[in-house]
Design a protein around this ligand. Structure first.
Ligand SMILES: *Cc1c(COP(=O)(O)O)cnc(C)c1O
Length: 369
């Protein structure tokens, strides 16, 4: 059993991290010293290299806060006052982008398929055609609400074909789902430290088209979340953050990047997550559970299930039974139906999924507990 791990987190962030990632936090760093700043620069270039084959013309910005802070930073910083945003949402995280736009007073329209449906690129094309005022489109890559995988390449083709700026929330996708941001023409891709790169929570990052980021100067609706200013200072100061940097988290993230490389990069990690996902879903179906999302739309990141068909099902008890056996799962986030979610990401392996299935079987039958 790994150290300091009373149970594993089968949740989509924070998630289970390795001992070595957590141990990397056991020293202090000076946020202004070049030892730390050099580490930040190295980290930024390693991140950029993960974003695609040819990343010239792109840059990386790190931003304090959880993933939503970084989404808010992008939405609030890159859309000009006379711009208009098309929010494409099929879940809670897409809806959160709408909330951000609304609260910041940004002009927007929303295309909202159901949680169980993927956005139709043809529909997006129609939105753009009827409303030429739209300048930016924001969409989630893997909707963590359900685990549905949105057709990001097809959406990018339509959005870039129409000459619009594309913002992708790839929070739970980046690092675990192969994506070539420059090749797809994505202008801003957002993710965070505590998802598929397997770091600890506290900051996020943006892979940005440099020319578009430069255009954002002076557009921010918030000082602390000003993406351009954060980038400008990081560039000028060669790895300096504008305000206090989450130094321990950054150091842990650096270790997580090394471990991603040691595993064989994103392709190898994606394969492990896919194996985790296959073992989980096959086993759960065998135990009589059903999946919320049709399997052809389901990502290998996180899976939503309907509750077991036993008479006195109670999520709290199911959750507690699993936790007692070493597994923490996630409640559902759907409004229409009671569901729960199990993540496949983090420092978890096929053998953990096999053990989980044994625990699920024991946890379903209340009379045995
Ligand atoms: C995790 C996640 C976020 C950010 O959530 P925080 O709780 O702010 O870290 C945003 N979008 C998606 C798709 C996510 O999975």
């Amino acid at each position: 059993m790994a150290k300091n791990r009373p149970y594993i987190l089968l949740t989509p962030g924070p998630l289970t991290t390795s001992d070595t990632v957590r141990e990397a936090m056991l020293r202090d760093w000076c946020t202004w010293d070049e030892d730390y700043n050099n580490l930040v620069q190295d980290l930024r270039s390693r991140l950029l290299a993960l974003a695609g084959k040819d990343t010239s013309g792109y840059t990386t910005v790190l931003m304090q806060g959880s993933g939503s802070f970084v989404v808010e930073s992008v939405i609030g910083s890159v859309i000009p006052r006379d711009g208009k945003l098309l929010v494409v949402s099929n879940g809670a995280y897409g809806d959160r982008i709408e909330t951000i736009a609304k609260m910041l007073g940004i002009n927007y329209v929303k295309y909202r398929p159901k949680d169980s449906e993927i956005p139709d690129p043809q529909k997006i094309s129609e939105y753009l055609a009827v409303d030429p005022a739209i300048t930016h489109v924001a969409v989630v890559h893997v909707e963590t609400t359900t685990g549905i995988l949105n057709p990001i390449a097809d959406i990018a083709a339509v959005v870039k074909g129409a000459g619009k700026i594309l913002i992708v929330d790839s929070m739970s996708g980046f690092g675990g789902v192969s994506i070539d941001a420059p090749a797809l023409g994505i202008d801003f891709l957002i993710s965070s430290a505590n998802k598929c790169i397997q770091g600890t929570p506290g900051f996020g990052f943006v892979i940005a088209r440099t020319s578009e980021l430069e255009q954002s100067k002076g557009r921010a609706r918030s000082h602390a979340l000003d993406l351009y200013d954060q980038w400008y200072n990081m560039e000028k100061g060669k790895g300096k953050w504008r305000f206090t940097s989450p130094t321990h988290i950054v150091r842990a993230f650096y270790q997580a990047l090394i471990e991603l490389e040691q595993e064989g990069g994103i392709a190898a990690r994606e394969k492990r997550y896919q194996t985790n996902h296959r073992i989980l879903t096959e086993g759960m179906l065998e135990l009589g559970f059903t999946m919320v999302i049709p399997s052809e739309l389901q990502s290998h990141i996180i899976t939503s299930f309907y509750p077991p068909k036993v008479d006195d099902y109670n999520f709290k008890r199911f959750y507690q039974n699993l936790k007692d056996r070493g597994f923490v799962i996630y409640p559902g986030k759907l409004t229409e139906a009671e569901t729960f979610r199990i993540g496949n990401i983090g420092d978890v392996f096929p053998s953990d999924m096999e053990d989980l299935l044994v625990a699920v079987k024991e946890s379903m039958y209340w009379e045995q507990n």
